[in-house]
Design a protein around this ligand. Structure first.
Ligand code: SIN
Ligand code: NI
Length: 269
């Protein structure tokens, strides 16, 4: 006897079509109220703890900290974060949106935009920072907010269809270049950015090539976000340094697999 184990997701054909066309999509109510409450506790604990296995990008007072208070691979430090970073509903949603045959975990990060002297996250693509070949192959992120977000506390904005502009340069978050200067032939002029306010427990997904931006936080509370990076099964390492692959013995051209990068969802056939 076989029973279907397919994980249920909130993803509709409309979400899939929108994501494929525009390179991002908003999904309302990704977390249940109970999950939202639990994840807030876990993420608070994880962001406050110091451990060898999770990496903090900058300390209070640092310039990067004004853009993002960021901690990478929280799952390695807080077991409760593993429940969410590897949550089958998130990976299955990524599978459905991308149409990949399988979805692997790449890394997670807590992305808090702190109050006071906050700076916007400049327009950028994510793929240039990742040590992978095949930029077009569908690397993507889920960005789950634990607070209601709007233009006052760091909601995101996206340029529709910019995932078709190719892999451009990595933007310096502290002294940002204008990414639009790198786009050939003024393609971006036809596409106005879309600002995406969200309720807590909702999320966006974006392709690693999609141009995105987050507003500064002018409120008096942190904006708390969990982002998880997913990669289609079969993505290969390009030999560049990166904190999540360094020291693991990957050679250029080798698929990124193994216990740090589990396959979390796969298509049924
Ligand atoms: C942010 O949360 O401010 C930026 C997120 C991203 O670049 O993906
Ligand atoms: Ni980004």
């Amino acid at each position: 006897m076989s029973t279907s184990m397919k994980t249920q997701t909130p993803i509709t054909q409309e979400h899939i079509d929108f994501y494929q066309e525009n390179g991002f999509v908003k999904v309302v109510g990704m977390l249940t109220p109970g999950e939202l409450a639990e994840l807030r506790v876990y993420l608070e604990e994880a962001m406050q703890s110091e451990g060898e296995n999770s990496k903090t990008t900058d300390q209070i007072g640092g310039s990067y900290y004004r853009v993002l208070n960021q901690k990478v691979n929280l799952w390695r430090y807080h077991a409760g974060m593993g429940k969410y970073s590897f949550h089958p509903r998130f990976a299955q949603s990524a599978l459905e949106l991308t149409g990949a045959s399988g979805i692997r975990f790449f890394h997670d990060h807590g992305l808090w935009k702190m109050p006071e002297d906050s700076k916007a996250t400049p327009w950028h693509q994510d793929t240039p920072y990742w040590p992978v070949n095949d930029a077009q192959a569908g690397m993507m992120s889920i960005w789950i907010t634990l607070d209601d977000v709007d233009v006052n506390n760091g909601c995101m904005a996206f340029v529709p269809k910019s995932h078709n502009f190719g892999k451009l340069t990595g933007i310096d978050f502290l002294n940002p270049q204008n990414i639009f200067d790198y786009v050939e032939g003024g393609k971006e002029e036809k596409q106005k950015p879309v600002i995406v306010p969200l309720k807590a427990g909702s999320c966006t997904f974006h392709n690693g090539l999609t141009f995105h931006y987050a507003h500064s936080n002018v409120t008096d509370k942190p904006r708390r976000v969990l982002a998880i990076i997913f990669m289609p099964d079969g993505i290969t390492y390009n030999g560049k340094e990166h904190m999540v692959t360094d020291g693991l013995g990957f050679v250029a051209g080798q698929p990124i697999t193994g216990p740090r990068f589990p396959l979390l969802a796969k298509s049924e056939e």
